[in-house]
Write a protein that binds this ligand. Structure first.
Ligand code: NBP
Length: 478
């Protein structure tokens, strides 16, 4: 395989990916709509490897040997369509076009089909790790055909993060599979961050700890089961002091969380698939609530909280440990839900997604990298058809050990009027899964009464309808 690739789109991600490729001995032909970015890249980093700067798209494509390998790193949506269209006018059958942006997976399915008409392989590759990951080793989730992966996979694997000698890059499966799993990865990231934020809030409001003290707690947690990139950077952010005011950094940041869209896409897809990703949904809605400044201003000081001021928490160390348990258990639920969505998406689209392989490539490079992904990898390796992570013996026992603290924290949050939607909904999901009977039976009864929607019985096969407005006798239906 020739060690050559083209990269178009040289903003932060594309430039760093190009540098990563060049540092790994690849000849990198670079291009950007605005030439100044190309020149800036070469001026600053041209000595890191072999770069070939090009001006026009024609020049860019002509500088590559066939079959050409081209990575597109531009803004998702219309810009990606514009770039793909421009490239498709010059690329030829057998060439490979890799979209490393955060494309919506349905767009990737459409682009893959359109490129295939001309014999060009389209690879929608999820890339996680931000700008640092792009430079030093991201986690890469390429979709597309096996034939296309054979052409670009080894190159992508060579620049990915490496954990225990294994590159954090694997062929996920056909057309949109790569971008689908990247979307769910980002959804899990939303849930993870929301849970971390709730843990911080409870320690601050119920124990009166300072951000720096809570930073120390997170640093300590990072030594154990919670060891992860997000926990590590939480400690860093909480310890940070604003240079202008001398106040904790978190206290000078406006408390309105923004979003770029992948969390929302994950929830929209989960709704279509019928998968209860309540942890991700709560995280998306919590960000939305934080941004509803008008409603918050109207309610602040107007809506009463608990009648009596909450009593101080007596056992400080015990409460810190309970919050750790709530965080760990809720995190397992969020990951379990995300992996359920991946299984459901794969089934709906006819992809064969190996969840153990995904957990393997999420152990490094990406934002959700965490020690416990190794446990998830092991769980799906033990049982590739595992119905839910929560019933694997390791996670069943680990969550069971956290259960008491988890429940204490949710009760305390409710009692004190501190919002903890992630912890509470994760616990409700857990209790919902393990319930002997759910009140869904009553929902079915109501649906049958007002809409003749029918129901199934616990003691007989088939569907039934009760003649509610007549003699209330029961009829088999269909
Ligand atoms: P941006 O998402 O900010 O996009 C800027 C790039 O898109 C520039 O190269 C710009 O060219 C190009 N571009 C645009 Br905008 N419209 C174009 C058009 N019509 N034709 C040609 N080029 C066009 O860059 P980024 O933050 O480096 O991210 C690149 C991709 O990677 C995105 O899809 C992003 O979602 C994804 N991603 C980002 C991160 C991250 O941490 N930032 C992480 C993972 C994935 P110009 O210079 O001429 O304006």
């Amino acid at each position: 395989m020739s060690q050559e690739i083209g990269v178009t789109g040289l903003a932060v991600m594309g430039a760093n990916l190009a540098r990563n490729l060049a540092r790994h001995g690849c000849r990198v032909v670079v291009h950007n709509r605005t030439r100044a970015r190309t020149d800036a890249l070469l001026a600053a980093h041209g000595d890191e490897g072999e770069f070939v700067a090009t001006g026009s798209v024609h020049e860019f494509v002509a500088a590559l040997q066939r079959p050409r390998r081209v990575v597109v790193m531009v803004q998702a949506g219309a810009p990606t369509d514009a770039v793909v269209e421009e490239l498709m006018a010059v690329l030829e059958a057998g060439d490979v076009l890799v979209d490393g942006g955060n494309a919506r997976y349905t767009d990737t399915i459409r682009r893959t089909a359109a490129c295939a008409e001309k014999g060009v392989h389209f690879v929608g590759a999820g890339i996680s790790g931000g700008e640092e990951g792009a430079l030093l080793g991201p986690s890469i989730m390429p979709g597309g055909s096996a034939e296309a992966y054979a052409l670009v996979g080894p190159l992508l694997e060579s620049i990915a993060a490496v954990v225990d000698g294994t590159p954090c890059c694997t062929h996920v499966d056909g057309d949109g599979a790569g971008h689908f799993v990247k979307m769910v990865h980002n959804g899990i990231e939303y849930a993870d961050m929301q849970l971390i934020a709730e843990a911080y809030d409870l320690l601050r409001l119920r124990l009166g700890m300072s951000p720096a003290e809570i930073g120390e707690v997170f640093a300590g947690w990072n030594e154990g089961d919670l060891d992860s990139y997000l926990i590590e950077i939480t400690a860093e952010v909480l310890r940070h002091v604003d240079a202008d005011t001398g106040r904790p950094f978190v206290d000078v940041v406006l408390d309105q969380a923004e979003q770029k869209g992948t969390g929302r896409w994950t929830v929209q897809s989960a709704l279509d698939l019928g998968v209860p990703v309540s942890g991700i949904a709560e995280a998306v809605f919590a960000r939305a609530l934080s941004g509803h400044a008008e409603q918050r201003a109207a309610a602040r000081g107007v809506l009463p909280g608990p009648a009596a001021p909450p009593e101080p928490v007596g056992d400080r160390d015990g409460f810190v440990e309970a919050v750790r348990q709530a965080l760990y258990a809720s995190k397992v639920v969020a990951y379990a839900q995300g992996f359920d969505q991946i299984a459901a998406g794969a089934q709906a689209h006819g992809w064969n997604v190996d969840r153990a392989a995904l957990a393997t490539i999420w152990r490094g490079g990406c934002i959700i990298r965490a020690r416990f992904l190794d446990r998830i990898r092991q769980a799906f390796t033990d049982d590739p058809g595992l119905t839910t992570l929560l019933v694997h013996p390791y996670f069943r026992d680990a969550v069971a050990q956290c259960q008491e603290g988890w429940r204490t924290v949710v009760v305390e949050a409710v009692r004190a009027g501190v919002p903890a939607p992630g912890f509470a909904s994760a616990l409700a999901y857990y209790d919902g899964l393990r319930a002997e009977r759910l009140p869904a039976a009553l929902v079915q009864g109501l649906r049958d009464l007002f809409g003749a929607h029918t129901y199934r019985r616990v003691d007989r096969e088939g569907s039934f309808h009760t003649l509610w407005s007549e003699d209330r006798s029961e009829r088999p239906v269909g």
